[in-house]
Design a binder for this molecule. Structure first.
Ligand code: NAP
Length: 284
């Protein structure tokens, strides 16, 4: 680091668990760039002053994680159409004292899915478990890519209906329905879908109950869990046992990060080096 080093970072609360500094600094080092990416714990009540400080200190940009992805939109000068549609910002670009809010989660998810399956999602039927910020990004991307049916199930049905209304209202041609958060309805949803995606945080802890009670997976199902730590959740193990394609959230983490990196530096980062940096940290 020196007087010309450009600053990047991630704001969240708490932030200790974040693996983004590892993968971004690995990419910076591999490309020999004069940047440094740091984790920043920002309490919700200090969000506005922290964002202003980053701008005044000359940061090039930063990532945004839980719990700030929605609230930060009020402090941003311009939102990309994608961030506006998704209703959340995960990447901020600072250009001559103007802050631009992006969201790379949806495109990161899609790149990872394509990389793992080699197939387009157009014409597929999808069951989306969860209706939070990540579900919104994934839902918009899937609908934009020509998914025919999107079934949404969430513990809080109000939130599921809110996401369904939001997706329907954005002139996207896709049939969107909400399922009750019951074992029976979710199992029926699995049977009616080609791709099953977990966007809830259930599965992060080994003590979490199974999301889907019995094994209803078929070998032609694609099961995608946005969780990347642990690398193989109970849901993915169930899917593997049925011979289905099981994909963890690691690829999405790497690709959403790679898209942010490109926005800040104008360079394509080495995604394999980013992936290895994370794997070293999470695989025992
Ligand atoms: P969020 O906005 O807080 O949403 C959390 C979701 O999890 C909601 O649908 C919530 O349901 C559900 N949930 C939480 N606890 C639950 C429980 N005990 N039973 C049933 N449902 C429960 O968070 P987010 O930003 O969408 O993130 C969700 C997950 O995606 C996290 O695990 C996060 O790490 C992961 N993620 C991964 C990536 C990646 O790059 N791989 C990117 C973004 C997020 P309610 O609405 O009922 O509370």
């Amino acid at each position: 680091m020196n007087g010309r080093t450009r600053w990047l970072g991630i704001i969240g609360y708490p932030i200790q668990h974040s693996l983004s500094p590892l993968m971004h600094n690995a990419a910076i080092e591999a490309l020999g760039l004069d940047y440094c990416y740091i984790p920043l714990a920002v309490e919700p009540r200090r969000l506005r002053s922290a964002v202003n400080a980053l701008q005044r200190l000359g940061f090039r940009g930063f990532n945004v994680t839980i719990p700030h992805k929605q609230r930060i939109m009020a402090f941003i000068d311009r939102l990309t159409p994608e961030a506006k549609l998704i209703g959340a910002v995960n990447t901020v670009e600072i250009q001559r004292n103007r802050m631009i809010g992006h969201n790379t989660d949806g495109r990161g998810f899609l790149r990872a899915l394509m990389e793992d399956t080699g197939r387009s999602v157009a014409g597929k039927r999808v069951l989306l478990l969860g209706a939070g910020g990540a579900a919104s990004a994934v839902g918009f991307q899937l609908a934009r890519e020509g998914v025919t049916t999107l079934l949404i199930a969430n513990r809080s049905s109000e939130r599921a209906h809110g996401l369904a209304r939001h997706l329907r209202g954005s002139s996207i041609q896709c049939s969107i329905s909400v399922l009750p958060w019951t074992d029976k309805a979710i199992e029926r949803g699995v049977q009616q879908s080609d791709i099953i995606i977990n966007t809830t945080s259930v599965g992060m802890s080994p003590a979490d109950p199974p999301l889907i009670s019995s094994s209803v997976f078929r070998s032609n199902h694609v099961v995608y869990d946005l969780i990347y730590n642990p690398p193989r959740t109970a849901l993915l193990k169930q899917a593997e046992a049925a011979g289905a394609t099981a994909i963890s959230g690691l690829g999405m983490l790497v690709h959403q990060g790679a898209l942010s990196f490109e926005i800040w530096t104008g360079r394509r980062p080495p995604v394999e080096i980013m992936r290895e940096a994370i794997l070293r940290a999470i695989v025992p």
